[in-house]
Design a protein around this ligand. Structure first.
Ligand code: AMP
Length: 435
C-alpha cells in the first residue's frame, strides 16, 4: 500500500519520498487512518518500527489542513508531544522537521540540561507543534509561556518508560492544563496494567493498534547469546570486535561507571569508542552520538536510560555487555539495530548469574535464543590478579554448556526462573487489545 492512499498532503508525501520511504511500515498502515479519522489511539509498537512517523505524519497533515495560524504574532501550540528523555525528544523533533520541511509550520523542542533561552524565545515567537520532556515543560508552563488554548493533539510517546521513570504525576499536571476536547495518542512498547490505567485516565474510546506480538523483538534482528564468565567479558568484546562486520556497535552496560570502564578498555585495545550516560552533559551526549553516526567512533557504550530514543541508521550490532534486568529493556535495546526494514545482530553476554534471567526473558519473548561460542577465544583464561574473589574462583563455562535453542523454538522452561521485573506469560493479556 503506497503512502498516497492515506490522502496525506502532497507536501508531506514529497518529504516522505525524500526520506527514502517507499511504503508504510505496519504500524503506520494501522495507525495513520485512525488518527486522520479523529480517533484517540493506543499504539503498541516497539521502537524501530516507524512509530514516530505513524503519529507525526497524520498530525502534520491535520495541522497543515486546519485553520491557518496567524501569519504574525504568537501562535498557540496545537500539538504537544511528550517524551521521556531528551534524546527521544530531539529525535522526534528531527523527524518532525524532516516530514514537515515543506509545510509552513513551526516546531520547537524543550528539554532540560541545556540553556532554556532559545526554548523560551521559540515559545514567545509561537510554535504549532511542541515536543517536550515533562520536567522542563512544567517549568515553562508554570511561567505561563505555553498557550494550549488551541491544542488539538496530545501524544504520549514511550509511555511505559515515562511511568518507569516516575513521570505520572507530571503527566497528570500537564494534561490538566490542556483542553478536554483534543485527540490523544499514546504509544508504548508494552501494554502493562499500569499503561491500561493511564489510557483509561487520558484517552477516550481509543482505537488500539498493536504490531507484532507484544514485546516481540523486531523480526529482522538475529539474537545470539554468548555464555561467558564475568571476568572474560572485556576480552570477549575485544575478541568479537576483531570481526570487521561489527562496524557500528552499540554496547549496553547496566551502570554508568561500567560504561566508562568498558570504553577505557576498548580504547586501550585500539577501538575508537564513545559513551552515552546521564553523567555526561547534553553537549557531550550530542557529540558522542554525532561521532557514532559519522563513523568517527566504531562503538558507542550506553546505559538504558541514555539510549532511549537513539535513532541511528546502520547500527550493525547491539551488544548486551550486561544482561538487562527487565525484558522491556532487552526489547528496547535490540530494537536499536534492525530498525525499520534493516537487519542487525543482537549479542548478549550471559554470565552464570544471568541464567535464570535469560530463561525468564526467553519465556517473555516466547522463543529461545541461540547460544554461540566465539571461535578462537580462550574461555579458560583466569581472572586477572586483583579481580574480586568470586570471579577468580568461578570456573569457565564448559563447552557442553554452549548448547543452542533453535531460533523460534520453545525455550527450556525448566526452573522457576522468575526474577524481579520479569512477568512471564504476559503475552496473553495483550490479545484482547488486538484490532
Ligand atoms: P521509529 O520506530 O519511529 O524510531 O523509526 C525507526 C526508523 O525507521 C527511523 O530511522 C525512521 O527514519 C525509519 N522509518 C520510518 N518509517 C519508515 C518507512 N516507511 N520506511 C522506511 N524507514 C522508515
Amino acid at each position: 500500500m503506497p503512502f498516497r492512499t492515506f490522502g496525506l498532503d502532497a507536501k508531506i508525501l514529497r518529504a516522505v519520498q525524500e526520506a527514502g520511504y517507499t511504503e508504510p511500515t505496519p504500524i503506520q498502515s494501522a495507525a495513520i487512518p485512525h488518527i486522520l479519522a479523529g480517533h484517540d489511539l493506543i499504539g503498541i509498537a516497539q521502537t524501530g518500527t516507524g512509530k514516530t512517523a505513524a503519529f507525526v505524519l497524520p498530525i502534520l497533515a491535520k495541522l497543515a489542513g486546519g485553520s491557518p495560524s496567524p501569519s504574525s504574532g504568537p501562535r498557540s501550540i496545537r500539538a504537544l508531544i511528550v517524551a521521556p528523555t531528551r534524546e527521544l525528544a530531539a529525535q522526534i523533533e528531527e523527524n518532525v522537521r524532516g516530514y514537515g520541511k515543506h509545510l509552513p509550520l513551526r516546531a520547537a523542542t524543550i528539554y532540560g540540561g541545556v540553556s532554556e533561552r532559545p526554548q523560551v524565545e521559540a515559545l514567545r515567537t509561537g510554535v504549532d507543534l511542541l515536543v517536550a520532556t515533562p520536567g522542563r515543560l512544567l517549568d515553562l508552563m508554570g511561567r505561563r509561556l505555553c498557550d494550549f488554548s488551541r491544542l488539538t493533539f496530545l501524544v504520549l510517546d514511550e509511555a511505559e518508560r515515562m511511568l518507569d521513570m516516575g513521570f505520572l504525576p507530571d503527566i497528570r499536571r500537564i494534561v490538566k492544563a490542556l483542553p478536554q476536547r483534543r485527540q490523544t495518542l499514546l504509544f508504548s512498547a508494552t501494554l502493562s496494567p499500569d499503561i491500561e490505567a493511564v489510557t483509561r485516565e487520558f484517552l477516550r474510546t481509543p482505537k488500539i493498534v498493536q504490531i507484532g506480538r507484544r514485546a516481540n523483538p523486531a523480526e529482522t534482528v538475529t539474537q545470539l547469546v554468548y555464555e561467558v564468565p564475568k571476568h572474560l567479558k572485556p576480552a570477549l568484546l575485544v575478541h568479537l570486535l576483531r570481526e570487521p562486520n561489527l562496524n557500528m556497535v552499540l554496547v549496553f552496560s547496566r551502570m554508568k561507571h561500567s560504561a566508562d570502564r568498558i570504553a577505557r578498555s576498548l580504547e586501550a585495545s585500539g577501538v575508537r569508542t564513545a559513551t552515552l550516560h546521564s553523567n555526561r552533559s547534553q553537549n557531550q551526549r550530542l557529540r558522542a552520538l554525532k561521532d557514532f553516526k559519522s563513523g568517527a567512533v566504531r562503538v558507542l557504550v550506553a546505559t538504558d536510560i541514555a539510549a532511549r530514543g537513539i535513532d541511528v541508521d546502520g547500527i550493525s550490532h547491539v551488544v548486551n555487555y550486561d544482561f538487562p534486568m527487565h525484558p522491556e529493556d532487552y526489547v528496547h535495546r535490540i530494537g536499536r539495530t534492525g530498525r525499520a526494514h534493516a537487519v542487525g545482530d543482537a549479542i548478549s553476554f550471559v554470565t552464570p548469574e544471568d541464567h535464570s534471567t535469560l530463561r525468564s526473558l526467553e519465556r517473555f519473548i516466547g522463543r529461545g535464543i541461540v547460544r554461540k561460542r566465539a571461535e578462537g577465544f580462550n574461555y579458560t583464561a583466569g581472572a586477572p590478579a586483583g579481580a574480586p574473589r568470586g570471579q577468580r574462583e568461578r570456573p569457565a563455562i564448559p563447552a557442553q554448556a554452549a548448547h543452542a535453542h533453535p531460533q523460534g523454538g520453545r525455550p527450556n522452561s525448566g526452573g522457576s526462573g522468575r526474577r524481579q521485573g520479569f512477568r512471564s506469560g504476559s503475552a496473553g493479556r495483550g490479545n484482547r487489545w488486538q484490532r
